[in-house]
Design a protein around this ligand. Structure first.
Ligand SMILES: Nc1ncnc2c1ncn2[C@@H]1O[C@H](COP(=O)(O)OP(=O)(O)OP(=O)(O)O)[C@@H](O)[C@H]1O
Length: 259
């Protein structure tokens, strides 16, 4: 049987900032339906890898492909391509309600356009109402429907994180990139988040960057480990845990932290 092509593929990505080589010949594949974790010590290049996939950073060389086609990402066109991302800083509009923030994530699906909005055509209105229903549905699925009409600035951090996730999901991405989804959450919230992400498998592929080892080890199907901008290991959590190069990379970090 022919093997399915990966949903996302990176080939020999090289990125440098000034003289600093931040990604060195990074190659990886993300298969449809999996949860792939990217881990590595501080400064390993994880965020830079995400930023390269999203088009915020241009690689010096190397290539990306998405769904078998060359990917030349541009941040404002990502959702149209089928890629959504949550940010470490969440990036929610603080004065808008959680619901309005989620609707804002679906702007590329809004067919109203400036003329339609001016004319306020019944068709456009119906479409916008449908979007709001879907956004409400999404908040319900993530267990935060109660927060729908409250301004984001007034919500606890854990709820805001879920609102940011709902906003990414409303665009119905094929690939969802989560940047440190567990950071700032309580132990209970982290367990709940893992359940939510597991549930997402049915509808999207997930690639996440994370430091929280227990979360990553319990949740991810596969891991890619970066150290000093290089992929030092790829495999299941169990394989990666036993990998001597990974142990050395993290041990080095622990020793540095103790010093
Ligand atoms: N815009 C930039 N200009 C210069 N150097 C940068 C820039 N962005 C990142 N770096 C450097 O690139 C290296 C990798 O950074 P990056 O943020 O990608 O690592 P990371 O693995 O995400 O780290 P962390 O886990 O601490 O968030 C670091 O040495 C960082 O200081």
């Amino acid at each position: 049987m022919a093997q399915q092509a990966p949903l996302l593929r990176a080939d020999e990505l090289n990125v440098s900032f000034g003289g600093l080589r931040v990604l060195q010949a990074v190659s990886l594949e993300v298969d449809e339906g999996e949860v792939l974790g990217v881990i590595g010590p501080n400064g390993a290049g994880k965020t830079t890898l995400f930023n390269t996939i999203c088009g915020f950073v241009r690689p010096d060389s190397g290539a990306l492909s998405f769904d078998g086609r060359r990917l030349l990402p541009r941040p404002h066109r990502l959702t149209r391509l089928g890629i959504a991302r949550t940010l470490q800083g969440l990036g929610l509009f603080p004065n808008l309600s959680a619901l309005d923030n989620v609707v804002a994530g679906a702007t590329h699906r809004s067919r109203t356009g400036p003329v339609g909005a001016l004319l306020a055509s019944p068709w456009a209105e119906r479409h916008e109402l449908r979007l709001r229903d879907q956004a409400m549905d999404m908040l319900e699925q993530l267990g935060i429907a109660d927060a729908a009409h409250r301004p984001c600035a007034s919500l606890p951090y854990g709820i805001r994180k879920r609102a940011a996730l709902a906003r990414a999901l409303i665009s119905e991405p094929r690939l969802l990139l989560l940047d440190e989804p567990a950071v700032g959450l309580s132990a209970t919230e982290i367990t709940e988040l893992a359940d939510i992400v597991r549930g997402l498998r049915q509808r999207t592929t997930v690639m996440l960057v994370e430091h929280h080892m227990e979360f990553v080890m319990n949740l991810c199907d596969r891991l890619v480990v970066l150290d000093f901008g290089e992929v030092i290991a790829t495999g299941t959590p169990a394989q990666v845990r036993e990998d001597p190069a990974v142990q050395r990379a993290y041990l080095g970090e622990a020793v540095a932290a103790d010093a």
